[in-house]
Design a protein around this ligand. Structure first.
Ligand code: XBP
Ligand code: MG
Length: 253
């Protein structure tokens, strides 16, 4: 039996509900700034979320929903610049405090550190988005709580491919059998499971109807004292929030 050594977190939808009021809004601001009459409403964005990665999402949108769009001579450069503008808007939104951490995240990070567990991040989003979210919510010192921030284009294939979790494991010199992953989406869970990681899922508005076969447990949130999680699938015993004790129990099951 392996010992639990580290927790590896997804960011978007897991650490914070960033998609609807963060990334989506930033994409729309970038479109307006580029004089494009594209606007992603809440429902449309839910469909587009099936494609992970902002640049990939823009490309998919053009191909699927804007067949008549006059693609510039350098499509990659066009998408890259549009996405850079989106990142600037997103970072600005984070700095304004628009996106808080999800319930239980700060509590769990502190508890895990006190228990001697190492922390890592494996995400599809741009690295700057992660460090800005951490700085805006927990202070810039929190960046050092994580042994690795594996993000964005450092791997060839984004989630649902396992690449980003495998990269994080390599950087941490850990095997998947020594870690627990945290995810919020089907694409994220496919990625972590294919990397060999047991995974705790906390769903959000966009992912509650996703498939989570193979998750260690599926919950609506991590929970706080006085505000218990609801179990969607799996067995939490008598726990009502996700702490090191429950994580160890799920890890050993
Ligand atoms: C997150 C994503 C990201 C963000 C946008 O997926 O799909 O693309 O929506 O970030 P996950 P960028 O939570 O599974 O990692 O625009 O910086 O790519
Ligand atoms: Mg996610």
């Amino acid at each position: 039996m392996h010992q639990l050594k580290a927790l590896i977190f997804d960011v978007d939808g897991t650490l914070a509900d960033t998609e609807r009021d963060g990334h989506r809004v930033a994409f729309n601001r970038a479109f307006a700034g580029a004089k494009l009459d594209w606007s992603w409403d809440v429902e449309t964005y839910g469909v587009l979320l099936q494609v992970t990665g902002g640049k990939e999402r823009i490309r998919y949108f053009i191909e699927r929903f804007q067949p008549a769009f006059n693609v510039p001579a350098d499509p990659d450069g066009f998408i890259r610049e549009l996405h850079q503008s989106k990142t600037r808007h997103y970072v600005e939104l984070l700095h304004s405090g628009a996106i808080p951490l999800r319930p239980g995240v700060e509590r769990l990070l502190n508890e895990a550190r006190s228990a001697g567990l190492r922390l890592g991040i494996a995400t599809t989003t741009t690295p700057e988005n992660v460090t800005t979210l951490l700085t805006a919510t927990l202070g810039s010192q929190s960046i050092d709580w994580f042994d690795v921030i594996a993000a964005g284009d450092v791997v060839p294939e984004k989630k649902p491919a396992p690449d980003i979790f495998l990269y994080a494991l390599r950087e941490m010199h850990l095997s998947p059998a020594e870690c627990m992953a945290f995810e919020d989406s089907e694409n994220g869970l496919l990625s972590s499971i294919q990397a060999g990681l047991k995974t705790i899922v906390t769903v959000n508005g966009y992912t509650r109807n996703d498939k989570f076969d193979g998750a260690a447990i599926v919950l609506d949130q991590l929970g706080e004292p006085g505000s218990a999680f609801n179990v969607i699938a799996g067995n939490a015993g008598n726990a009502n929030l996700v702490g090191v004790q429950l994580i160890k129990r799920l890890f050993e099951t």
